[in-house]
Design a protein around this ligand. Structure first.
Ligand code: FDA
Length: 392
């Protein structure tokens, strides 16, 4: 049995649904296939169940790609304002949490329902529980599933990245790329907690539950956001952000008190309040448990008046320039996104179509464009999906 469509989209996540809606609105006959039981599972679990669906500060500098200017065209063709307007027309209430991050007031399910409704209105055929067994390209694309072979003029791959395999992530998109002779940029888990040696972990466990506003840097990349000590090591937004840049074997630097030059602060205290204990001075700046651990590790105690300048420098270094060496990441099991993927040099930035395979499109996370934490990854899915939907 053959089923003819104008556009077949594989992957009913954020990018695939946006593309289906747009192509359907153009009058194209569209089918959206997904091997999972439910559509938009990553949307459902995103943003702690409230979906951080975009960021008002979106620009191409918030993305990592071997080709940093590649996302500009799609991000300009469909901006965060366009998506906000869509949300507003569906009466979904939202708020800015911080740093331009927009979340649903109620539930991420509202975004899925909205996309589903838009798909229905654009007469998109949706088939879940459908695995693709093979893809062939003759005059048109032939997509073979267990029961049906579908045929289409355009094929859009929107199967996402490798993170969280238990809710449907697969390497399908990269394999399709390889089948069509497309280069794949090496993939890696990103926005992922880092892991540490046993000795370091022991300290983190003692501090578990503590959070600080930290400035974390790796090479030229700097993030100032919350950092959390946990039983598994360090986590929180600033650690997730730096994980997208960190390279195995290298160190990262943490400023535990970015607003305060500790050396100058200690010097001031030494002059003004020489009898104050150094432990209590540091506890004024950092959470007490952390302050005490630092003093204990450096074996310092007593009145600030008796602490040498040399020792003050050491304390200051360990707070303002704490250097740590992660031993790895938690991997795709807990990563929010996948770095790398379909090489953007292979795609038109205007249409998302493969340069050497007419009618074949790649959108969303499967492409080598990875956003920072904060709603940027969904914005990339909406923008790239929208663009392909105009041309597929
Ligand atoms: P997505 O992964 O959404 O969709 C891919 C679809 O393809 C899935 O439905 C999957 O089942 C299907 N598929 C895969 N292989 C297939 C195959 N072989 N055959 C058929 N179908 C197949 N981003 C953000 O901006 N704000 C946020 O708040 C969050 N929060 C967040 C939390 C967590 C826990 C995770 C894991 C991720 C986030 N993200 C995020 C990232 C965001 O979810 C992600 O970047 C987008 O969902 C990517 O959209 P795509 O449509 O490209 O892939």
């Amino acid at each position: 049995m053959q089923n003819k469509f104008d556009v077949i989209i594989i992957g009913a996540g954020a990018a695939g649904m946006m593309c289906a809606i747009e192509a359907g609105k153009r009058g194209r006959k569209v089918i959206l296939l997904d091997h999972a039981k439910k559509i938009g599972e990553k949307i459902r679990i995103s943003g702690g169940g409230r979906c951080n669906f975009t960021n008002i500060h979106t620009n191409n500098k918030k993305f990592i790609s071997s080709n940093p200017s590649f996302p500009i065209s799609a991000l300009n063709q469909y901006t965060h304002k366009n998506f906000i307007n869509l949300i507003k027309t569906h009466n979904i209430k939202f708020h800015e949490k911080k740093l331009g991050q927009l979340f649903c007031d109620e539930s991420a399910q509202q975004i899925i329902d909205m996309l589903q409704l838009e798909c229905d209105q654009a007469k998109v055929t949706l088939k879940t529980n459908t695995s693709v067994e093979s893809i062939k390209k003759l005059e048109s694309f032939l997509i073979e599933t267990k029961d049906i072979t579908y045929e289409s003029e355009s094929l859009v791959i929107a199967t996402g990245g490798l993170s969280i395999p238990k809710i449907g992530a697969s390497k399908f998109g990269y394999e399709v790329g390889k089948q069509f002779g497309i280069n794949i940029i090496k993939t890696n888990p990103a926005l992922v907690p880092l892991t540490f040696s046993e000795a370091f972990l022991k300290k983190c466990k003692e501090l578990a539950g503590l959070s600080v506003e930290a400035l974390i840097s790796f090479e030229k990349n700097i993030f100032e956001e919350g950092m959390l000590f946990t039983h598994r090591g360090l986590s929180g937004p600033s650690i997730l952000q730096i994980s997208s840049y960190w390279k195995l074997g290298k160190t990262i630097e943490i400023d535990l008190s970015p607003q305060q030059n500790i050396f100058n602060y200690l010097l001031e205290k030494k002059n003004k309040n020489p009898k104050q204990e150094i432990n209590s001075i540091i506890s004024e700046i950092l959470p007490k448990r952390l302050a005490l651990m630092i003093c204990e590790d450096l074996k310092i105690s007593g009145r600030i008046a008796d602490v040498s300048k040399k020792l003050m420098e050491i304390v200051s270094e360990s707070i303002n320039h704490w250097v740590i060496r992660p031993i790895g990441t938690e991997g795709y099991r807990t990563a929010e996104v996948t770095l790398g993927g379909i090489d953007t040099k292979e795609l038109s930035s205007k249409t998302m179509m493969s340069k050497k395979n007419k009618g074949l499109y790649f959108i969303g996370e499967v492409v080598d464009v990875t956003g920072h934490l904060g709603g940027y990854n969904f914005q990339w899915a909406w923008s790239s999906g929208y663009v392909a939907g105009q041309y597929a």
